[in-house]
Design a protein around this ligand. Structure first.
Ligand code: PMP
Length: 375
């Protein structure tokens, strides 16, 4: 019997392939189409000839772990023990899967807030856990009444994604305080905080679980160098967790991956000496503003985007079609690929929303907007 009977080819692959077939502008999948930093290429070229091709230690290249610790201290004022609290992973996806496999037992419930990133539920199911998917509010802020009501004696974990894919919503101080109040009474509940867009926050600086003293002793934070260094194909990320949880996570990691590819770890370790993460939000804010401005007179309704590189739009003034059909038509007839939001809901809630990725060159955004404006 299949462990994942409802899992089919991911919508991201489906839409990207359809976009390729029809030569559409691909604003569907979440990856940049601009060139990577030349300094990264220069470091890659130079290091390639060195002694960097064999296994690294299981938890990660020591120099990289050290630099991640420095980064976490600089950004969040949190001191991390590199030997016991940190793990380099093959992207955040593997980190999330590994953490769930290690910590969720058969029959444990895991709360997931919908719309949600597509890897959470399958990770829970493979571990034998029970995904409990509850809806965010209409404006995509967390609904704490629903969260509280969903917690039972079997609740093992709540998965939180902030800044949020697909909606671009970010958590406020009040959101954290509300969660802290609820979880005060629920000491058994762990938090898996997916913060892969931690460097893309426009409304206010990103608030990380790294800074939440009340919850940090039971939180696993997932980060992604793919997202923060614009190299999604490298698939390198990391987890930071309390020692007791990390011990279990490492047990699974060593048999799933053992050590993450050495080349990327060496290159990223050196690149972290020169890269400036403060520039990332600024760069993406310009792209967000450009894209929002370009389509503001279109028939699409542009929703707020406070973080990430995703823009959600409502197309109810254009069509009554369901969002998957409309997204297909957008590719085939109009030459632009997007992701329908219903696929992020377990009950396929369809509010006529699409997600566009604006991590693209200005030329790409201008060309896409021209097509969207003509609809
Ligand atoms: N979480 C979220 C919310 C994401 O959007 C993504 C990438 N699309 C990931 C995790 C996966 O990150 P990585 O590529 O590092 O596995």
């Amino acid at each position: 019997m299949s462990k994942l009977p409802n899992t089919t080819t991911s919508i991201f692959s489906v839409m990207s392939q359809l976009a390729n077939e029809h030569g559409a502008i691909n604003l569907s999948q979440g990856f940049p189409n601009f060139p990577v930093d030349e300094r990264l290429l220069e470091i890659s070229e130079r290091l390639l000839w060195g002694n960097i091709h064999q296994y690294t230690p299981m938890a990660g290249l020591p120099s990289l772990l050290e630099k991640i610790a420095q980064l976490t201290f600089k950004n969040y004022n949190r001191k991390i023990n590199t030997a016991t609290q940190m793990l380099v992973t093959a992207g955040a996806t593997q980190g999330i899967f590994t953490a769930i496999s290690a910590l969720v037992n058969k029959g444990d419930e895991v709360i997931i807030l919908d719309p949600s990133y597509d890897s959470y539920e399958p990770s829970v199911l493979v571990a034998g856990g029970i995904p409990v998917r509850i809806a965010l509010n209409e404006d995509y802020s967390p609904n704490f009444n629903r969260i509280e009501a969903a917690i039972t004696a079997k609740t093992k974990m709540i998965v939180i994604n902030n800044p949020h894919n697909p909606t671009g919503k970010i958590w406020s101080e009040a959101d954290f305080e509300a969660l802290e109040l609820i979880l005060e009474k629920q000491p058994q509940v762990l938090i898996l905080s997916d913060e892969v867009y931690e460097y893309i926050s426009f409304l206010h600086p990103h608030i990380s679980f790294h800074t939440r003293e009340k919850l940090i002793d039971r939180t696993i934070v997932a980060s992604s160098f793919g997202k923060s260094l614009h190299v999604t194909g490298w698939k390198v990320g990391y987890l930071i967790a309390p020692e007791n949880l990390m011990l279990e996570i490492k047990k699974v990691h060593q048999f799933l991956v053992f050590s993450v590819n050495s080349l990327s770890q060496h290159i990223i370790s050196e690149y972290l000496d020169v890269v400036d993460f403060n520039q990332i939000s600024k760069m993406y804010q310009q792209k967000r503003d450009l894209f929002q401005n370009l389509i503001k007179n279109s028939r699409f309704e542009v929703l707020p985007c406070d973080g990430t590189y995703f823009q959600v739009v409502n197309y109810k003034n254009i069509s009554t079609q369901n969002d998957v059909d409309f997204a297909r038509e957008l590719i085939v007839k109009h030459g632009v690929a997007a992701i329908p939001i219903s696929v992020f809901h377990n009950d396929a809630t369809d509010r006529h929303m699409l997600r566009f990725c604006f991590a693209k060159t200005d030329e790409t955004l201008i060309a896409a907007a021209e097509k969207l404006n003509s609809i």
